[in-house]
Design a protein around this ligand. Structure first.
Ligand SMILES: [Zn+2]
Ligand SMILES: [Zn+2]
Length: 600
């Protein structure tokens, strides 16, 4: 930032906005008007997607400001570094030397991927991006081609940073709503049309629970919602407030701009911090002590008399990856491996609440890198959601387990029957599999195809291998399709590839012990690739060149289009509750039984 340091105002005046999506003229016109009538304001914080999803009018508006033809009226900070035209953020990040917000043009700053900034005396924590279980679980740490997806490491780093300071953060900015935020909210007050169980991201929820921000601001649900304050568990018991903001210039006239005038937590006494208005509810993120579950350690029950009863509490179901009650109720860093420790050195030493060893993170721990495939793969560098021995695996999704591999329901399935075939141990890709593991996975694939054929359906299988510093766990997606869609599959994949500027080439589809080696040779090394197996078992491959970008969900997008359900291309549109997943997995198990390689 420029200029001489000035002493921060006692209670800064803050404007907050939902997803601008490039509509900067609309946003800044409104901001300038509000600044005149109710200001002056000290800063504007934007959550949600800052850049437009595609080119056109909105991207022209962005260019007006970036080119200096129009002026940003207030110091403005944003977190959504993806969308059309967002390359400028990467370019400016590369230029900038220090940490802290990066100036994009005068008065406009990108806060960064994850961290805490001091703005006008306020501590502002932020996490950019959106939650995508595939890249998040795989730890999409080093791949800049998926800038919109959140990374496990960012989350760890932020949670650890916040833990270093006794003083609560004033703001937490996330793009997505936190899963479970509607827990304990009166039906009459909850925004219409949102599923209280499925809405929002589990990562945003976990972060809100860890950081206990005084204000949590999020966008992307496209409604305005200010939740009744909730009291955090733990020693300080201060209250948090959640505010969801709509998209800038939305046609439903939902509120997208909100003003606050908070006194920084550094200037508040513990008593001030603990003050709770009469409509305060218990935390939506914590299991409540009135249930049969034991209360979490080290936490006091909410102060009687200051908490309104809001009906039957059902804490904990928001966090779908961690279902064991003992894990849900941990108040420390749990089983998470320390981010700093992974990078080499953690200043917190023994006081760090995250794990400082990598053993037990996978089936073999962090094995020797030189170990050949026959000795078993090295364990994942961080907890992996696909390693069957990992405590983080979602067992309710598992359909069948064999000697080296298993079948599980896909998260956010395109249709019922959309499953994954995975190695039990942490192998990065099909091409890297030892012969026996590969052969067994192909037997599973054949069994699934027979199962679908018995219902007069064909199937599509695909794998997208993306090499990541944090490790990748191979998964072959298998999805049933109608016979008529099957006839068009090849054409659809080939033309979608062409649209994305690459060609799919036919490769041998060996299913025996030599198959992995053949695939490795076809890829031409250990690099990234996309492979699809068509209903007639023809395989098409694209070996991805270093630096080449391929949509993360390419295989699924084409399939959704082929089925005539493009709205299901994004798995997030297909999210299910744990109960629905369990039901679907049980039904699939029954159907698959006669074909299961473990049964025949
Ligand atoms: Zn540590
Ligand atoms: Zn794994």
């Amino acid at each position: 930032m420029e200029g001489a340091p000035v002493s921060p105002p006692a209670a800064p005046r803050v404007l907050l906005s939902g997803s601008p999506l490039g509509r900067l003229t609309t946003l800044f016109k409104r901001v300038a008007a509000v600044n005149k009538s109710n200001g002056p304001f000290d800063l504007l914080l934007c959550v949600g997607q800052f850049f437009p999803s595609q080119g056109g009018d909105a991207s022209a508006e962005v260019a007006e400001y970036l080119g200096g033809r129009k002026v940003v009226p207030l110091p403005t900070y944003f977190i959504g570094d993806y969308g059309f035209g967002s390359e400028i953020v990467q370019a400016k990040m590369a230029e900038s030397s220090g940490s802290g917000p990066v100036e994009i043009c005068p008065n406009l700053y990108f806060l960064g991927r994850a961290g805490i900034a001091e703005l006008s005396g306020l501590r502002v924590a932020f996490l950019a991006g959106e939650y995508d279980p595939f890249s998040y679980r795989a730890g999409a740490g080093s791949d800049a081609s998926v800038p919109s997806s959140q990374r496990h490491q960012d989350f760890e780093a932020l949670a650890a940073l916040a833990n270093d300071n006794e003083r609560p953060v004033d703001f937490l900015l996330t793009n997505e709503w936190p899963r479970g935020i509607l827990e304990g909210v009166d039906k009459a007050e909850a925004p219409a049309g949102l599923d209280p169980v499925a809405v929002g991201s589990p990562v945003a929820a976990e972060l809100a629970k860890d950081l206990k921000p005084r204000y949590h601001i999020a966008g992307t649900e496209d409604v305005f919602f200010a939740r009744a304050p909730y009291r955090n568990r733990g020693p300080s018991q201060h209250v948090s407030r959640f505010i969801g903001l709509a998209r800038v210039g939305n046609d439903k006239k939902q509120k997208y701009l909100h003003a606050l005038n908070p006194t920084p937590s550094s200037q508040l006494s513990p008593a001030d911090l603990a003050a709770a208005p009469p409509n305060t509810t218990p935390s939506p993120y914590e299991p409540q002590p009135s249930t049969s579950q034991p209360a979490a350690q080290n936490s006091k029950p909410p102060v009687p008399g200051s908490v309104l009863s809001t009906g039957e509490p059902e804490g904990g179901q928001y966090w779908r990856w961690q279902e064991q009650p003992n894990k849900r109720q941990r108040t420390d860093g749990g089983d998470k491996v320390c981010f700093d420790f992974q990078k080499g050195r953690c200043e917190r030493g023994d006081k760090c609440r995250y794990r400082h060893d990598l053993s037990g993170a996978g089936p073999t721990g962090r094995g020797s890198e030189s170990g050949g495939p026959s000795k078993g793969p090295p364990g994942p560098p961080a907890p992996c959601w696909f390693c069957l021995s990992s405590p983080d695996v979602e067992t309710h999704l598992v359909i069948s387990i064999a000697e080296h591999s298993y079948v599980a329901l896909a998260k956010g399935p395109l249709i019922p029957g959309h499953v994954l075939v995975l190695p039990i141990e942490h192998h990065p890709s099909l091409a890297a599999l030892p012969p026996d593991v590969y052969a067994e996975m192909m037997r599973y694939k054949d069994a699934l195809q027979k199962c679908f054929a018995a219902q007069n359906r064909a199937s599509i299988c695909f794998e997208r291998y993306l090499q990541l510093r944090a490790g990748t766990h191979a998964h072959l997606q298998v999805c049933p399709i109608s016979r008529s869609a099957a006839d068009k599959a090849r054409l659809h994949y080939e033309s979608a590839a062409e649209k994305n500027g690459f060609r799919l080439v036919p490769v041998p589809a060996e299913e025996g012990a030599n198959g992995a080696e053949q695939l490795r040779n076809a890829v031409g090394g250990p690099g990234n690739y996309f492979m699809v197996e068509l209903p007639d078992e023809t395989r098409l491959l694209h070996a991805i060149k270093p630096g080449e970008k391929l949509p993360m969900q390419f295989g699924r997008e084409v399939l959704a289009d082929l089925r005539g359900t493009p709205e299901r291309a994004d798995w997030r549109a297909c999210k299910l509750t744990t109960e629905e997943e369990t039901e679907m997995a049980d039904a699939f198990k029954e159907m698959f039984k006669p074909f299961d390689i473990m049964e025949t």
